[in-house]
Write a protein that binds this ligand. Structure first.
Ligand SMILES: [Mg+2]
Length: 189
């Protein structure tokens, strides 16, 4: 029997962008020519699209706050990437950019969970049944702060960030070679 009040709740996979879907650039992704999609990432996103999970991109882009690129350009790069993801059978339900400087102490720049909480609110997401995938300790921290289960990738900054997991009491975070391996893991859970 249906209850009188039905709660429609979705589950989500939150994805960092740089170092997870595309190569990380030490001097920021400034133009479309800096975008290099990581091997297997599009196939992994296509697999995710066939699942019940909402798919969100949450990316810190301090380069906007520094005036290196405009917020419009940062958004355009995201949109162009999302078009390619869609062309390969993937899906991105909502993408957010934090344009702020770390010194601004905003609520959205990871490790703060603001972008995740905003998407969760907008899409009625059960965060305890959701995942955050990133290549930096700050992604893991944002994922935990939002109440999701974090997964860490060795792609992008992952090679250098992995040793910081232990220093930040995050050594129990599952670590994967790339997005494809992490998606296979969460879809099997
Ligand atoms: Mg990253």
């Amino acid at each position: 029997m249906l209850s009188a009040v039905q709660t429609l709740t979705s589950e989500a996979v939150f994805l960092d962008r740089d170092g997870v879907i595309i190569e990380n650039c030490d001097n920021y992704v400034r133009t479309w020519s800096d975008v290099e999609i990581l091997p297997g990432a599009l196939d992994a996103l296509a697999k995710l699209a066939d699942s019940h999970y909402k798919v969100f991109i949450v990316t810190n882009q301090q380069c906007v706050g520094k005036g290196i690129i405009s917020e419009e350009n940062a958004t355009n790069i995201n949109e162009r990437l999302i078009d390619i993801i869609h062309d390969h059978g993937g899906r991105v339900d909502f993408a957010q950019i934090c344009p702020h400087l770390s010194a601004e102490r905003c609520e959205c720049r990871k490790p703060e969970p603001g972008m995740l909480l905003k998407a969760a609110n907008k899409f009625d997401v059960d965060l305890s049944q959701s995942w955050m995938i990133g290549d930096a300790v700050t992604d893991v921290q944002a994922g935990i702060a939002a109440g999701t289960q974090p997964l860490f990738l060795q792609t992008g900054r992952g090679h250098t960030q992995q040793k910081l997991l232990q220093q930040n009491d995050l050594a129990d975070t599952p670590v994967f070679a790339n997005l494809s391996a992490a998606v296979d893991y969460l879809l099997a859970e």
